[in-house]
Ligand binder design. Structure first.
Ligand SMILES: Nc1ncnc2c1ncn2[C@@H]1O[C@H](COP(=O)(O)OP(=O)(O)O)[C@@H](O)[C@H]1O
Ligand SMILES: [Mg+2]
Length: 234
């Protein structure tokens, strides 16, 4: 579904990603692991068209999207949950969700999408009139995911899913991610919490200072010596 081929990404003069390749098959949950500063967010933003590769290509459903404009990305079926969530904090839960339905295709099925999001995160329905900034951290992450789903994506990219959340809430959100995946949404999760992410995903990649250094099935990665030392603290 997504096929990133040897992209080289620069931010200003600085090279951030070196020949990074990553594929996601339809129906998968894939984890991208890496320490702070490895280039994970830069990678996600490259798929979203924020940074354009100096070389290499990005294909989505066979179409080369390497030069795509970020405003067009939702229209082709890719949606993201940004690092730090970036909610409209002074707006209500309902208004935030409404903002997520901006492609034309999504506008016409706003009610249907709302029902879907509320079925995945019932707490959002309870709090639909509440100001987003007053929600708990976990609820804000649920809202950020819900907002991303309002554009009815085929591929959902989530940056730092568990950052700042309690283990209990994190687990709850991962359970919902799994449910979402069974309902047909393909997912890329960017995480520093390797143990949890790998438990819920099919495959994983490790990004270290801008290069993919390791990839494999989640089981392989969970048993890998380097991963156990560097990311699982064993
Ligand atoms: N706006 C920017 N301009 C130039 N370099 C940046 C910018 N933002 C981040 N970087 C650099 O890009 C590298 C990767 O950052 P980032 O993609 O945010 O990593 P991660 O998400 O894995 O923590 C870091 O070395 C960081 O300093
Ligand atoms: Mg980041």
């Amino acid at each position: 579904m997504l096929d990133v081929k040897e992209i080289e990404i620069f931010r200003g003069e600085a090279q951030i990603l070196w020949r990074v390749s990553l594929t996601i098959q339809e129906g998968e949950i894939v984890t991208l692991l890496g320490a702070n500063g490895a280039g994970k967010t830069t990678f996600l933003e490259s798929v979203l068209g924020v940074h354009h590769p100096r070389s290499g290509e990005i294909y989505f459903r066979g179409r080369n999207i390497s030069g795509i404009n970020p405003f067009d990305i939702a229209r082709i079926g890719i949606s993201s949950v940004p690092e730090g969530r970036r909610l409209f904090k002074d707006m209500t839960v309902y208004e935030n969700l409404e903002m997520g339905a901006y492609p034309k295709r999504a506008r016409s099925s706003l009610l249907e999408s709302l029902t879907w999001v509320f079925s995945l995160f019932p707490v959002l329905e309870v709090r639909k009139k509440q100001i987003a900034g007053t929600l708990s951290g976990g609820e804000q992450q649920m809202l950020a995911i819900g907002r991303a789903l309002m554009s009815k994506p085929q591929l959902l990219l989530i940056d730092e899913l568990s950052l700042g959340l309690s283990p209990k809430i994190t687990k709850e959100i991962y359970e919902t991610i799994q449910k979402l995946n069974k309902e047909g949404v393909t997912i890329l999760v960017i995480e520093q919490n390797a143990a949890l992410a790998l438990r819920y995903s099919n495959r994983g990649y490790v990004l270290e200072t801008g290069r993919i250094t390791l990839q494999g099935s989640s089981t392989e990665l969970l048993n890998d010596e380097h991963i156990r030392k560097a990311y699982l603290g064993m």
